[in-house]
Design a protein around this ligand. Structure first.
Ligand SMILES: [Zn+2]
Length: 373
C-alpha cells in the first residue's frame, strides 16, 4: 500500500531547508503522481537557496516512476503506471501565445494562480496539491507538466542528466544551428558546459575548445574524455591565443557562455568568435553589467549574440535519444548523491562551500536513499 504522505525538502527561509510531510493528492483523469527516484541539483537551486521566497519544495530536475496516472494524461504523455519518466521544469498550457511561439518558460496561463514563472520548484508549497518540487518522495504531475519516458537500458544516474543535457543540446546545437564540422568554444566547464561537449560531438561539430578555471582541472579532464579537442585554463592562458591555435587561426563559428556570475567570458566570447559567428549567452550574471563590452564589435564583425534559457521539449526528446544510444561516458559526470534530509548539503556541495575531496559536477538527491522510520 502506498504511503499517505510524502516527505519533501522545503525551502522555508534563506539557507533553511526543512523536511515536511505533505499529504498525497488524489489523482484524477488528467494528472499523475510520480515516485521520485532521483532529482538533479543545479546552479539555480544554489541561487534560490539564499533567497527569501515563499516556501516551496526544491528540485526541478526529477526522474522517477509513475505511481498513479489518469487515463487522459496517460494517453497524452504515452506513459503508464510503472514507467520511468523524466519531467521538464516548465509547465505549459500549449495554448497561450508564448506556448504556441515555442517559448520554453513563458507560459502565461493563469490557472495556477497566475504566477510569473510556471515551473516546478517555483510554485509555492501553499498552492494545492503542494507537491510541486522534485526533492521529495512523491511529486504531483499537473496536466500541464511535460513528461518524457525513459527508455529501458538507461541507467538512473544517466537519466538524472536529462534536464541539463536537454539544455546543452538547446544551447550548443539547436539555437545556434551548429553545423557538422563547426568549430565551437564552450566557456565554462560545469555540468552544462561538459554536456555541451557531448551534445556537440553527437551533432558532428569540428574542433571543440572548453575553458575553465584552475579549480576546474578535474572537469577539464572530463571535457577531454567527452571529446573536447582542447581545454584552456583561463587563469594561465589567453583564451584568444588558445582558440586561434586550436582552429588554425580561423576562430570559432559558435561560442557558448555557460558560466554563472562571471562577466569576462562575454568579453572573451566576442574576442574568439569569427566574423559572422554566433554567441549564445546561457550563463546568468544576476543583473551585473559587463565591463569591457564593446557593441561595435558585433556591428563591424556581423556577430549574432543570443540569450537562451532552459530547453524546449524537442531538446528533451533529443536528450533522451542521446542517453538511449549511450555513446558518451556520461557516468564521469556523476559525482555526488545525497538522501533527502541532506538536500542542503547537496546544494552546498555543488556551490563548493562543502568539499569532501571529490569535485562536484552532477549532484543529485535520491529520496529512496533513506529508510522511512
Ligand atoms: Zn501557455
Amino acid at each position: 500500500m502506498r504511503a499517505r504522505t510524502s516527505r519533501a525538502a522545503v525551502l522555508t527561509a534563506p539557507y533553511t531547508l526543512e523536511i515536511h510531510d505533505v499529504p498525497l493528492p488524489e489523482i484524477g483523469e488528467d494528472d499523475a503522481l510520480l515516485r521520485v527516484e532521483v532529482c538533479g541539483i543545479s546552479g539555480s537551486d544554489v541561487h534560490k537557496f539564499g533567497r527569501d521566497v515563499e516556501p516551496f519544495i526544491l528540485g526541478h530536475e526529477p526522474v522517477g516512476t509513475i505511481e498513479a496516472i489518469g487515463p487522459v494524461a496517460s494517453q497524452r504523455w504515452g506513459v503508464q503506471a510503472g514507467d520511468r519518466v523524466g519531467v521538464e521544469p516548465a509547465l505549459r498550457c500549449g495554448k497561450c501565445a508564448a506556448c504556441r511561439a515555442g517559448e520554453n518558460m513563458g507560459c502565461t496561463d493563469t490557472r495556477l494562480q497566475g504566477l510569473s514563472v510556471r515551473a516546478h520548484a517555483s510554485l509555492p508549497l501553499s498552492l494545492e496539491p503542494r507537491l510541486w518540487g522534485g526533492c521529495a518522495e512523491y511529486m504531483y504531475l499537473d496536466r500541464d507538466a511535460m513528461v518524457h519516458k525513459v527508455p529501458d537500458g538507461v541507467l538512473l544516474a544517466e537519466a538524472a542528466l536529462l534536464n541539463p543535457l536537454a539544455s546543452a543540446i538547446e544551447w550548443s546545437v539547436l539555437v545556434p544551428e551548429t553545423r557538422m564540422g563547426a568549430d565551437v568554444v564552450v566557456l565554462g566547464a560545469g555540468q552544462r558546459g561538459l554536456l555541451c561537449v557531448a551534445a556537440l560531438r553527437e551533432a558532428g561539430a569540428g574542433t571543440i575548445v572548453v575553458t575553465g578555471l584552475r579549480r576546474d582541472a578535474h572537469k577539464l579532464e572530463v571535457a577531454l574524455k567527452l571529446g573536447a579537442d582542447r581545454v584552456v585554463c583561463v587563469e594561465d592562458e589567453d583564451v584568444f591565443d588558445a582558440v586561434s591555435d586550436a582552429t588554425g587561426g580561423t576562430m570559432a563559428d559558435v561560442v557558448i557562455d555557460v558560466t554563472p556570475n562571471a562577466t569576462q567570458p562575454i568579453v572573451d566570447a566576442i574576442r574568439v568568435v569569427k566574423r559572422g559567428g554566433t554567441i549564445i549567452l546561457a550563463g546568468v550574471k544576476w543583473g551585473k553589467e559587463v565591463p569591457g563590452f564593446v557593441s561595435d564589435q558585433l556591428v563591424i564583425r556581423h556577430i549574432t549574440m543570443r540569450g537562451v534559457q532552459a530547453a524546449s521539449s524537442d531538446s528533451f526528446a533529443m536528450a533522451m535519444r542521446v542517453l538511449e544510444r549511450g555513446r558518451h561516458p556520461l557516468h564521469l559526470l556523476h559525482s555526488h548523491s545525497f538522501p533527502l534530509d541532506r538536500a542542503a548539503d547537496a546544494i552546498r556541495t555543488l556551490s563548493g562551500e562543502l568539499d569532501d575531496g571529490t569535485p562536484a559536477i552532477s549532484v543529485t538527491i535520491n529520496p529512496s536513499m533513506e529508510v522511512r522510520a
